[in-house]
Write a protein that binds this ligand. Structure first.
Ligand code: PFF
Length: 455
């Protein structure tokens, strides 16, 4: 078996992990949740979740991965041989597999909408036309599948080139591009007339909208957005070098991810307020991004159609890039597992993962058309995968990762990993352990209780 690769630089490692975190979750889910849960008040709670929950779990995933230099299932086997902890890793691989299948469907839509935006298909349309365009597209048996397949193939081509030449190189190119596009879009949006109202909404907390479910929502969002709970960052960390500062990388990734989510809010809300719209309960997920926003952008830039055109094109390209850096990381979780646990050459295991996920992805894509009547527990395949992965497997995975690091893993091993063998200081260590041992099991236990209807 070929020698295991590592990332070539600390910057490359950080950007790859940030690429995994920054995705569709930041650009559509975060602004919607913020819009529906009291604006700035929600943001404050979200940031608290990142600090109390996100940072400890991410640093746990990093230290488990770097200590073992193994795929996520192999990592638990190495640290707790002969125990059932290996199931935490296997559960993660299963979550990654499910997420990859349905996430790629939406990723494919971002490709289609980038092309529609480039062909100026959002001009001269009335509000109902945007609904029709999206419904016609999503229920078409052919187009979404082709776009999704293009996404799978691109992801495959990056992963198969390897950790350094593929994932790292791509992230180093794409993440700065993504950041620049985001900043330009924020700038354009803030300059729209009436943008101040959108900004005020994002900065002025309204605590009256905060309920227990808001807090639980913010926790779930922090989780998905940071790619936690399925060993994705554990897999990436298995390619980190000895001298990578794990806590510094954790804080950088959390900061980049939160900044992009906030900036997405500063892109969407000034434009939404500019046209005097309010986000309703239906403006969630696909509907916001693929129906409401083309309409908002079109109206907001009615006086300057050329600018509106550029804005729309850049926005959908931004989404596409964000989705791509995330699908690459999800593919890698499953690929590293298949390759290392079944002793298959990396290029071959990558092909197996791509083909199997593509096959199931087609069924998810068709959930919006010909397979819309095929339901399990009353959900289409797409909704079922999303539900099982995001609402059940990720929180359980995150909680187990926290419990494993806090209770099972040798304290000295954790300390050595976080301090690189005592060469860097870690004054936060007792606090981190407290979060892992008590805060995380209790907080995530509450999310799960809530989701199963007990809270
Ligand atoms: N963090 C990604 C997003 O915000 O869209 C989604 C994601 C990527 C979840 C990778 C899980 C994962 F392993």
């Amino acid at each position: 078996m070929a020698e295991r690769e590592n990332f070539g630089s600390k910057l490359g490692a950080t950007l790859a992990a940030a690429g995994s975190a920054v995705g569709l979750g930041n650009i559509w889910r975060f602004p919607v949740e913020t819009g529906q849960n009291g604006g700035a008040a929600y943001i404050i709670i979200y940031i608290a979740c990142i600090i109390l929950l996100g940072i400890p779990i991410m640093s746990s995933e990093f230290l488990i991965g770097r200590a073992t230099h193994c795929n996520t299932a192999g990592a638990y086997n190495k640290l707790a041989p002969g125990t059932q902890w290996k199931w935490v890793g296997r559960l993660g691989v299963l979550s990654g597999f499910l997420i990859y299948c349905y996430y790629s469907v939406v990723a494919g839509w971002t490709l289609a909408y980038s092309l529609l935006a480039i062909c100026n298909q959002f001009a001269d349309k009335g509000p109902d036309d945007y609904v029709r365009v999206f419904q016609d597209f999503a229920s078409n048996p052919f187009l979404p599948v082709v776009c999704m397949a293009a996404f799978f193939i691109t992801t495959h081509l990056v992963v198969v080139r390897g950790v350094k030449q593929g994932i790292e190189k791509f992230s180093k190119l794409m993440m700065p591009a993504l950041f620049i596009i985001t900043v330009i879009l924020v700038f354009c949006s803030l300059n729209l007339p009436g943008a101040g109202k959108g900004v005020e909404f994002l900065l002025k907390p309204d605590f009256s909208k905060i309920t227990t479910s808001t807090v639980l929502n913010a926790m779930g969002q922090a989780f998905f957005s940071l790619s936690l709970g399925l060993g994705c960052l554990c897999t990436y960390a298995s390619y980190f070098n000895r001298d990578t500062n794990l806590m510094k990388t954790t804080v950088s990734v959390c900061t980049i991810d939160t900044l992009v989510a906030l900036m997405a809010g500063f892109i969407i809300f000034p434009a939404v307020f500019n046209v005097g719209m309010k986000l309703g309960p239906d403006d969630v997920g696909p509907s916001l991004i693929f129906i409401t926003l083309p309409n908002v952008f079109h109206q907001a830039f009615a006086g300057a159609p050329a600018l509106g055109y550029i804005f729309s094109v850049m926005f959908y390209i931004l989404l596409m890039l964000a989705a791509l850096t995330s699908t690459i990381s999800i593919h890698e979780v499953v690929n590293a597992y298949v390759s290392e646990e079944f002793h298959i050459r990396r290029s071959r295991s990558a092909l197996i993962v791509t083909l199997v996920c593509m096959f199931i992805g087609v069924c998810c894509a068709l959930s919006f058309g010909v397979l819309s009547d095929f339901t399990i527990f009353g959900m289409t395949l797409f909704d079922l995968f999303d539900y099982i992965a995001s609402n059940i497997l990720l929180p359980i995975g995150g909680m187990l990762i926290g419990v494993f690091t806090g209770w099972r893993l040798d304290r000295k091993l954790c300390y050595d990993q976080l301090t690189n063998g005592g060469t860097i200081r870690a004054p936060y260590f007792p606090l981190l352990r407290f979060c892992l041992r008590y805060v995380i099991p209790l907080a995530i236990g509450a999310i799960l209780f809530n989701q199963f209807g007990f809270a």
